[in-house]
Each structure stands twice: as structure tokens, then as C-alpha cells.
Design a protein around this ligand. Structure first.
Ligand SMILES: *[C@@H]1O[C@H](CO)[C@@H](O)[C@H](O)[C@H]1NC(C)=O
Ligand SMILES: *[C@@H]1O[C@H](CO)[C@@H](O)[C@H](O)[C@H]1NC(C)=O
Ligand SMILES: *[C@@H]1O[C@H](CO)[C@@H](O)[C@H](O)[C@H]1NC(C)=O
Ligand SMILES: *[C@@H]1O[C@H](CO)[C@@H](O)[C@H](O)[C@H]1NC(C)=O
Length: 310
């Protein structure tokens, strides 16, 4: 009985017919699986970032959002106390998008600047741990619909980052913490499902003769002047071991001192970036219980998810 076989048509070529040598043996099959896994590992971060942004939470009303002029950031966020180690001082901008420095992050969150000055979460000097609350007074967001969604999500799960510094405060492992009904859990793994991510922040020692970078410096040269590199490593599923050689970096620049004095050229880069991300979306904001009026409607605004002093 003749077999019904359909052959793939190659444009301008001949029909492709299976031959004995093209049949997939065990070895070939193993190669396919390995290639598939590698592709998954490479594209999954992008997919994951998309996924985490497409599930709007319900019943969220972060009403305390406060908008301010992008250039007036430091007047609206408390600095770290002056007795903290130097590494925790000042205002730092997370250039995930690689707007100024280099970045390997496939999709940037709408985060802007943080400080370690939240009075609710002081530095624990015994464990060298400190929390940063993304819906607290020391974390700022670009003014756009994606940020409103992030804020609503983070507020709903009582989300904070916990930085665990090493003895010399030269690097920290970052945990993500959530709490429901008073029960808190902190995780080393920031991914979900297949993709397991470990986040680190590592202090750099910028070369004095190369920094601050010249106006026409490459992104790589600018990156070497950043205060920190933020490293995302992939974990072997179910373990705390990282997969060698697979990591995504972006750079974190100090844009102002504790007293609000801008550190240039990074401050200007942050201002330009924040303006490029500012897309007030009043209707979307309303959906999250955020009143977008006044300062929010200006094309030069950013926000924190709480009123100053709260
Ligand atoms: C800067 O922000 C502070 C605190 O919100 C506010 O009092 C001040 O008027 C702002 N200045 C400008 C120029 O927007
Ligand atoms: C984060 O900060 C906001 C504003 O200060 C506060 O209401 C909320 O409880 C904080 N979340 C945690 C987990 O501390
Ligand atoms: C968040 O924490 C507050 C107090 O810290 C608590 O009242 C609230 O129920 C928590 N939210 C959730 C979703 O568990
Ligand atoms: C921002 O708004 C100001 C004043 O409302 C306007 O002059 C300026 O052209 C706007 N810039 C952009 C990029 O829309």
C-alpha cells in the first residue's frame, strides 16, 4: 500500500525526500533536545518579562501616589542617613534600558531611581541587610501605564527587595519578599517556573582617569564609570547554583549626593531618560485608583507610590 507522504516544498528547489541518513537516531534526538533547551533559556527571559506584565491584579487602589518634576527628584525622596556606609548613600539610577550605559537586559522595567533612606526599613547592621520597598518613599517610577501596573501589583503583594551585603559592602545578593496575612517569604529566585534568576549588585571601582566619561565615550566606557553593576544570573532549577557564563548585566549610576547635589553627567542622563519614558495615561491610571491630574499630566513628571512623609 503506498504511503501518503507530504514533502516540504523548497522554493526553486526539489522536493525534499527523507533518506536513511536523515532519520533521527538517539544521538540526533539528544542534540535536538539540547538545542531546544538552549533556545528556551535564551528566549525565556523576554517571554517571562512580557508575561509578568500582562496580568493586571484586581481591586488595587494605591491612592497615595505622588507625582513630581523629574528634575526635582531628590526633594521628594529621603536620602540614606549619614551614618550609613558610603556604598548605600546618595541616589542611584537603574539604567536597565541601557539608555546611557550598556545593558543586556531584554526588557526594562519602568523603574527609575532609588535611595536606601526609607525610615520604615533601616539598615540591619548585624546582618548587613536592608530593604527597599518599591511602593515606599525611596523608589521612583517613570510616569507611564506600565509603571501604574507594577505599582499596583507590588502593593498588592507587599513587595520589597532585600539586599544582603557581604562583610565589606562590596556586593549584595538581592532577595524578593512578599507577604500575605502577616506571613512573609523572601526568595533568592526571582523567576518563576522554568526560568530561575539570581540578582546581585556589585560595587565597581571606576578608574579616576577615565571617569566621568567624555561626552562621546562608548556605552561600555560609561558603564565602567557606574557605581554598581547589576548582574542577573540563571540558576539551575531548584538549586541555588548559578549556570556558568550565562548572565545579564546592567549598570547603576549615582545621580545625586545625599544633599541632592546632582552628579554629572549621570543626573542629566537620568533626566533625559525619565522624560523619554514619561507618557501620562490618565484613563489607565484611573483603572488602578490613581488620580492623574496636575503634575501627573505634565510631560516631565515621575512618581513615587506614596506621599512624602508616609
Ligand atoms: C520640588 O519638590 C518639593 C517637594 O515636593 C516641592 O515643595 C517643591 O515646590 C518642588 N520644586 C519644584 C521646582 O517643583
Ligand atoms: C511599603 O511602603 C508603603 C508606604 O510607606 C507602606 O504602606 C507599605 O506597608 C510598605 N510595604 C512593606 C512591605 O513594608
Ligand atoms: C500587607 O501588609 C499589611 C501590613 O504590613 C497587611 O495589613 C496586609 O494585609 C498585607 N497585604 C496582604 C495582601 O497580605
Ligand atoms: C512638554 O510640555 C511643554 C509645555 O507643556 C512643551 O513646551 C514641550 O514641547 C513638551 N515636550 C514634549 C516632548 O512633548
Amino acid at each position: 500500500m503506498p504511503e501518503a507522504v507530504s514533502y516540504e516544498q523548497i522554493p526553486g528547489g526539489q522536493d525534499v525526500k527523507p533518506s536513511a541518513s536523515s532519520r533521527c537516531g538517539l544521538l540526533c534526538c539528544a542534540a535536538c533536545v539540547i538545542i531546544l533547551v538552549v533556545i528556551l533559556v535564551l528566549i525565556w527571559p523576554a517571554v517571562w518579562w512580557q508575561l509578568t506584565e500582562s496580568n493586571p491584579p484586581k481591586n488595587l487602589r494605591p491612592k497615595l501616589v505622588s507625582f513630581f518634576e523629574i528634575e526635582n527628584l531628590t526633594a521628594n525622596m529621603p536620602p540614606a542617613p549619614s551614618n550609613y556606609p558610603d556604598v548605600l548613600r546618595g541616589y542611584i539610577w537603574m539604567d536597565q534600558a541601557g539608555y546611557y550605559g550598556a545593558s543586556q537586559v531584554p526588557s526594562a522595567s519602568p523603574d527609575l531611581v532609588l535611595s536606601f533612606g526609607d525610615p520604615l526599613h533601616p539598615l540591619d547592621t548585624t546582618t548587613r541587610s536592608i530593604r527597599v520597598n518599591t511602593t515606599g518613599p525611596c523608589w521612583s517610577w517613570a510616569n507611564n501605564a506600565r509603571a501604574y501596573l507594577h505599582v499596583a501589583t507590588d502593593r498588592a503583594s507587599n513587595f520589597t527587595y532585600k539586599f544582603m551585603w557581604d562583610e565589606s559592602f562590596s556586593s549584595a545578593v538581592i532577595y524578593s519578599c512578599t507577604s500575605t496575612n502577616g506571613h512573609e517569604s523572601c526568595r533568592l529566585n526571582h523567576g518563576n517556573g522554568l526560568l530561575q534568576l539570581k540578582l546581585l549588585i556589585i560595587r565597581q571601582s571606576p578608574a579616576k582617569d577615565m571617569c566621568p566619561p567624555a561626552p562621546r565615550a562608548t556605552k561600555a566606557d560609561r558603564a565602567s564609570c557606574a557605581k554598581f553593576v547589576r548582574v542577573t544570573r540563571l540558576l539551575f532549577p531548584g538549586t541555588s547554583w548559578t549556570i556558568p557564563f550565562l548572565q545579564f548585566n546592567y549598570y547603576v549610576f549615582q545621580i545625586a549626593g545625599d544633599d541632592g547635589t546632582p552628579v554629572e553627567p549621570y543626573f542629566t542622563a537620568y533626566v533625559d531618560f525619565a522624560k523619554s519614558q514619561c507618557q501620562p495615561a490618565a484613563a489607565s491610571a484611573q483603572g488602578y485608583g490613581i488620580n492623574c491630574e496636575g503634575e501627573c499630566l505634565k510631560n516631565s513628571s515621575a512618581f513615587i507610590a506614596v506621599r512624602p512623609g508616609q
